[in-house]
Design a protein around this ligand. Structure first.
Ligand code: TXA
Ligand code: MG
Length: 322
């Protein structure tokens, strides 16, 4: 406990003076700055090479704190917040004048979340300001779920990495919006549609036909390995033999351990038994680790399209790069 106090003390002193700190959350590591320090927030965009029109999530320690920054919290949003915060849910709310436009890329709506990680929650309580934090990866790379992933991406260009261990959830928060007071999922994530539906049955997942992407992060291709990467519904013999004839160094990732062995192909699995929570928790670490081995081709199986599998598949499909 003494060491954690010291870590939080260091993190706070860096943030207070306008430096960036990588913070652990239950979903992925974030690259955090004082939301009210414009120069500090600009450092996030610069370091991540993130387009300026891609807004940032504001991380707070309580609903009371969030109330200071919004014009209202719709009833359904309040119920969802009560149910799932602290936790992997991000809610877009109409901001008031205290939230600067440089956080929301000019939008009247700001994204809020109370993360469920003991160290980061304690840090947030000790600060006089909320933290903006995108995932701590260079734009278009895979989100980090371990402190070492953050270090490997940025080395010492991030002044301080607050090590909170591995992220339990492993995929980013679910983002919801209340257009015309109707809740809608903008980004599937750790909290499933079923969990949200149970609290607010009017919630929808589908993108309207004529909706433009609500934010650049929602564009089709996003998180990618650097090696050629493709996804398939199911790994079968045809896929294995076709890819083997065209490539020399191949990795195949299945959802659960399959005990497959074919010369010239390395097999990996996201989980032992196919449990969706375990697949989500291991997803990014598996991809980052395999990507570092310079394969000619990485083929990943998709998860069953239910529950958390929807968010897992959303990430896998968007990671395809050819
Ligand atoms: O789990 C998470 O949400 C992690 C941890 C660190 O909290 N954060 C995260 O941030 O995934 P980021 O920036 O990598 O993804 C946030 C997404 C982006 O696609 C961004 O465009 C969208 O949220 N977003 C943020 N603020 C928004 C706003 N005001 N309106 C619409 N979309 C917004
Ligand atoms: Mg991200």
């Amino acid at each position: 406990m003494k060491e954690i106090k010291l870590d939080i003390y260091f993190a706070k002193s860096f943030l207070d003076r306008g430096d960036l700190v990588a913070i652990p959350t239950e979903t992925v590591y974030g690259l955090a700055a004082n939301a009210f320090n414009k120069e500090a927030v600009e450092k996030i965009y610069e370091l991540k090479q993130r387009p300026k029109n891609n807004p940032l999530i504001i991380h707070c320690h309580s609903i009371e704190q969030i109330k200071q920054f919004v014009t209202e919290i719709p009833k359904d949003a309040y119920e969802l917040a009560n149910q799932f915060w602290p936790g992997p849910l991000t809610i877009l709310l109409k901001k008031n004048e205290l939230i600067p436009d440089y956080i929301t890329a000019g939008s009247d709506y700001a994204a809020f979340r109370i993360p469920n990680h003991p160290i980061t929650l304690e840090l947030l309580k000790q600060l006089d300001y909320p933290l903006v934090a995108p995932s701590a990866n260079p734009s278009n790379r895979i989100s980090p779920t371990k402190a070492i992933h953050v270090y490997d991406y940025f080395k010492s260009t991030i002044p301080y990495i607050l090590d909170g261990g591995d992220c339990n959830e492993g995929i980013e928060s679910t983002i919801i919006h209340f257009k015309n007071n109707k809740p809608k999922i903008l980004r599937p994530g750790s909290i499933t549609f079923q969990q949200l539906f149970y609290v607010t049955p009017s919630i929808t997942l589908e993108q309207d036909e004529n909706d433009s992407p609500p934010a650049p992060g929602m564009f089709k291709k996003h998180y990618s390995p650097t090696s050629p990467f493709k996804v398939v519904e199911k790994i079968d013999h045809e896929i294995i033999h076709k890819s083997k004839s065209e490539n020399s160094k191949i990795a195949i990732i299945t959802c659960k351990k399959e005990n497959l062995s074919i010369q010239g192909i390395d097999f990996y699995a996201y989980s032992d038994k196919g449990d969706l929570n375990q697949i989500a928790a291991n997803l990014y670490d598996t991809l980052i680790t395999i990507d570092a081995k310079n394969y000619d081709l990485i083929i990943s199986e998709l998860a069953p399209e239910v529950g958390k599998g929807i968010a897992i598949n959303n990430r896998l499909k968007r990671a395809q790069n050819f």
